[in-house]
Design a protein around this ligand. Structure first.
Ligand code: ZN
Length: 467
């Protein structure tokens, strides 16, 4: 997950709507689906299967191709129909050797990992003095002469927060730092890993090189190593040597994996449940985003197993290439352009395994009473809302740009970023009970949205985001 992102927002208006009465869908089916999931879902089994049988699945890799085959087979075995792979060309980036060391004033090996998309260092590596900055703004304030020829080290600690917003506030140095440093003549960039954890594990993540600026190598330091480098640099001139062998290969074929629970009458109207199938290469992508994959597959299985399907079609989409390109989300919006008007709502799960505490929504203002009614069965799960959200899943952001209403479940992200994008993102971190609660909320909401009369309208143009 790159853009997370739930900000505190206003409660949706509570005033009574007069005029035509709207009949809420019967709550009994949503409640029974919810209770069935809560009593013990198979979501953790799906995550175990994906992480143990496929493993890491960076876009365009062999693991990615295996994941697509896994997704197709799994959807069919769970009773979804119209199961297909919708082709997407994705960037292919390969990690290579990655080492670093402080060479002066005191020799130390550094624990680091290349940022996804980084160019390699020149043959033999790069060695230079380090200049430490706390933010993009601090870098901008430095004269070019104090940056040229140096390695810029962004030392911006991430704050631990329940809503995960600490990530949002820290991550700009990873995404934009390398080009900002290169613009001033830097030869490489290091960032303190974007994590609140002090474990000696580096956390990777995507970077975005700006056009017209040299692409320079970039790596993330484990937090204890970042703290060491900071202490040394505070005391006096410090030199670092960096060797990165990562490289880019031609785009490769991947796919969005799509399956459906066909609606019993309004088959062409869609309630979309999404998660992303790709992962970073360091761990096995259990929390990011095996958890989301397991939850949406299990919600699909529970709905498909009902003798009577909801009125509308519930479509499960496992997106390609969320981590380092967003090609899957963009390709989905393009391939389905003609039917986006019939996408009633889109929901994406991409924030780990811990419990949901609030439902965030963005839709037409007239949708407020419907959102309130559909959130009611979630109250017993400890889920508040609906709240007007600002930030939603990245794969569904191209749908937001087209006005498709968005739902985000705010999950407890207190520990998520300790693990996210690191070698520690493995199945043992999964909380099966957390997944059961997530499935319960997802399936109950999906059933309501697929069954209700009328829809959520469209997101007003000024709230459609930047895509
Ligand atoms: Zn993710």
């Amino acid at each position: 997950m790159r853009r997370l992102f739930l900000t505190a927002a206003l409660l949706l208006g509570c005033k009574r709507h007069h005029g035509q009465a709207w009949a809420a869908p019967p709550s009994a089916p949503a409640e029974s689906l919810r209770d069935e999931a809560l009593a013990g879902s198979k979501a953790a089994d799906h995550v175990r299967s994906l992480t143990d049988e496929v493993g890491p699945r960076l876009a365009g890799s062999e693991g990615d191709a295996k994941a697509v085959a896994w997704g197709l087979a799994k959807m069919k075995s769970l009773g979804l129909t119209h199961v297909r792979a919708e082709k997407v060309m994705v960037p292919r980036w390969v990690r290579g050797v990655e080492t670093g060391a402080v060479t002066a004033p005191h020799a130390h090996a550094l624990t680091l990992t290349a940022l996804g998309g980084s160019v390699p260092t020149p043959e033999g590596g790069v060695e230079a003095d380090v200049v430490v900055v706390a933010s993009l703004e601090a870098l901008a304030a430095l004269p070019d002469t104090s940056v040229a020829g140096k390695i810029v080290f962004f030392d911006k600690p991430m704050e631990r927060t329940k809503d995960g917003l600490g990530y949002n506030r820290a991550v700009d140095v990873r995404g934009r730092g390398p080009s900002a440093a290169a613009k001033k003549g830097a030869v490489a960039t290091l960032v303190r890993s974007i994590t609140p954890s002090d474990a000696r594990l580096p956390h990777t993540g995507g970077l975005r090189y700006a056009d017209g600026v040299p692409a320079i190598p970039a790596a993330a330091l484990a937090v204890p190593d970042a703290m060491l480098l900071r202490r040394l640099a505070d005391a006096g001139p410090t030199r670092v040597r960096l060797v990165l062998g990562c490289h880019k290969e031609p785009d490769a074929e991947s796919a969005n994996v799509v399956g459906e629970v066909e609606g019993r009458s309004a088959k062409d109207e869609i309630v979309l449940l999404g998660a992303h199938l790709d992962s970073w290469d360091l761990g096995t992508g259990a929390l990011d985003d095996g958890a989301g994959v397991g939850v949406v597959l299990e919600a699909g299985r529970l709905l498909a197993a009902r003798p009577t399907h909801p009125r509308r079609t519930v479509r499960v989409v496992l997106f390609a290439n969320e981590e380092n390109g967003l090609r899957g989300g963009v390709a989905y919006a393009k391939a389905h352009e003609a039917e986006l008007g019939k996408h009633v709502v889109a929901l994406e799960l991409d924030l780990g395994t811990d419990k949901i505490f609030r439902l965030d929504a963005l839709a037409a203002p007239s949708a407020d009473p419907k959102l309130r009614a559909l959130t009611l069965p979630l109250a017993s799960l400890g889920i508040a809302g609906p709240v007007k959200g600002e930030h939603f899943g990245s794969d569904i952001s191209p749908l937001r740009a087209q006005g498709v209403p968005q739902i985000a479940f705010a999950q407890d992200a207190t520990r998520y970023f300790d693990i996210h994008h690191s070698a520690d993102d493995t199945f043992d971190k999964i909380d099966p009970k957390g997944l059961d609660q997530m499935v319960a909320a997802t399936v109950a909401f999906a059933w309501g949205a697929a069954e209700m009369d009328g829809d959520f309208g469209r997101i007003p143009p000024h709230e459609r985001g930047e895509h």
